[in-house]
Structure formats: C-alpha cells, structure tokens
Ligand binder design. Structure first.
Ligand SMILES: Nc1ncnc2c1ncn2[C@@H]1O[C@H](COP(=O)(O)OP(=O)(O)O)[C@@H](O)[C@H]1O
Ligand SMILES: [Mg+2]
Length: 256
C-alpha cells in the first residue's frame, strides 16, 4: 500500500535573527499537540542551532548522511535522526561548520524526499541567504513560511523576496509578522506594510510573546508550546501558531 507523504515546510526570511529557529521549535511543539510526527531538518548548515536549543546529545548529522550517501553506505534515513520525544525528531546541521561547504544541495533535496516518507510534517530551518542550497530547498518544499519583523530594512528585504517569488510564479507561501522577537520594533502599521508588500500578511505573532526568559527554555531544551503554563499565558499566540500549523499542512496552502 502506498504511504501518504508528509508535508514539508521551509522557514525563510529576508534577514537573519527574525526568529526562524525559535519558531521552528514552537511549531514542532504545536504539531505534537495535534498528534503529528515531526522532523526538524536543520539546514542552517554552518551555524545551525536546533540541536543546541533542544539540548540533546547527538551522533549523526546531515553531513554523515550525505557522506554515506555519496559513498554507497546509506541504508536507512532514520539512522541519522536524533529523537527529541515521542513525536519530534531532528536531523542536526554539521558538527564542524567546514563540512557545510562540502554538502551539495542536491543531497539536501534527497534527504528531504526521504524525510517525508517517515514523518507527517518536516520543518526545515534555514538561513536567510538566497544561495544555491536555499533556492533548491525553496523549490522542493510543499510550503514556505516567510518571517518578517516590523522595521524598514526587513520590509525592504521582504519586498524584494516577494517580487522574486512573483517573477517565478511561486505562490506556495504564507507571511508571518513576528512582533515577538523584538517588541520595540513597530515602525509601520499593518496597513502600511501590506501596501508596501502588495501582499496580505497572513499571521501576526504579538509582542506579548516576547519571552524575557527564553534562554531558560533553550538551556533546558524545553519547547515553549509544550509547556502547559506557557500555553496558558501565551494563549493568543499559541492559537495563532496553531492556525499557522494547520494552514501549512492543509489543503488551502496557496495564495490566490
Ligand atoms: N519570542 C521571542 N522572545 C524572546 N527572544 C526571542 C524570541 N524569538 C526569538 N528570540 C531570540 O532572538 C534571537 C534570534 O532568533 P532566532 O530564532 O535564532 O532567529 P533566526 O533563526 O531567524 O536567525 C535568538 O537569540 C532568540 O533566542
Ligand atoms: Mg536560525
């Protein structure tokens, strides 16, 4: 019997530091709460932070997978992933950043195609750079979540990114304005931002989701959206994240 393939989702942004890695983990937690098996692929190859943030020891990384694949030693995709809990696993970025440059992007596509055979949802964390790796990824995933912040530089970056997507006639993305990363950034109104982008902004994470004690979660490898107390306090933003999660795996995943 043919198995249903999982949905692959790439986090992307016009600049670094907008909260991609943190949100990747939050979304993984939300998927867990609805019983989805999730794999996080850390394709921020030279400075990935997923394994550190989940505070888990790990043996193998995407580098080992690619190395084995190219040397005909690859057997089972699951040999390379590290289990976080019953629902969430991750494939870490290379231990040595120099290994990043040795990974040909075509193998990331292969890794992705194997990952969706085993998980309901595959979340791909990336860098913001439009390099070969990310272009291949953006082209291969089912859906893309663009993150942006409310500042002039990011608005400019996002505008150029979206115009590239329009030129390529790609419309499998949603846009999330992240006001939680830095609650003091509020240069524009939502209306102004939408006018500049000539696009809808699909979701907004509020400044109330700014976590003063974020490092406590990260140091302990805790996922905020799996902590009952936090879910309660940040109810509004957890609800927004649930909507993001459902939209990204649901049928209505394309811009009209
Ligand atoms: N909601 C939040 N509250 C507090 N700090 C945050 C929040 N989201 C992200 N951060 C912090 O902002 C920084 C950048 O976030 P990160 O997820 O690493 O961004 P990116 O992956 O896009 O580069 C990190 O230090 C992270 O811990
Ligand atoms: Mg990151």
């Amino acid at each position: 019997m043919k198995k249903n393939l999982g949905k692959s989702i790439c986090m992307f942004s016009g600049k670094g530091g907008v909260g991609k890695t943190f949100l990747t983990m939050c979304l993984a937690g939300v998927y867990e709460t609805i019983g989805k098996k999730v794999l996080i692929l850390d394709f921020d190859l030279s400075s990935g932070g997923i394994a550190v943030s989940l505070n888990k020891e790990y043996e193998k990384t995407i580098y080992n997978l690619v190395d084995d694949y190219t040397n005909n030693r690859f057997k089972n995709f699951l040999d390379y992933v590290t289990v976080y809990d019953e629902f969430i696993s991750f494939l870490p970025s290379p231990k040595d950043p120099r290994q990043a440059s040795k990974i040909d992007s075509k193998y990331l596509e292969i890794a992705l195609s194997k990952a969706v055979l085993h998980y309901d949802v595959v979340l791909v964390d990336t860098t913001h750079i439009l390099n070969e790796t990310n272009l291949v990824l953006l082209d291969s995933v089912d859906n893309i979540l663009f993150l942006m912040e409310n500042d002039p530089m990011d608005l400019k970056n996002m505008k150029s990114l979206l115009s590239i997507f329009r030129d390529l006639e790609k419309n499998n993305y949603k846009i999330l304005l992240n006001n939680s990363r830095d609650p003091f950034k509020k240069y524009f109104t939502l209306f102004d931002m939408k006018s500049v982008l000539k696009e809808n902004i699909d979701y907004v994470l509020s400044s109330e989701f700014y976590l003063k004690n974020i490092d406590t979660y990260l140091m302990n490898g805790k996922i905020v959206t799996l902590e009952p107390k936090a879910i309660n306090v940040f109810n509004k933003d957890v609800t927004t994240m649930m909507k993001v999660c459902l939209d990204l795996i649901g049928g209505e995943d394309e811009k009209n």
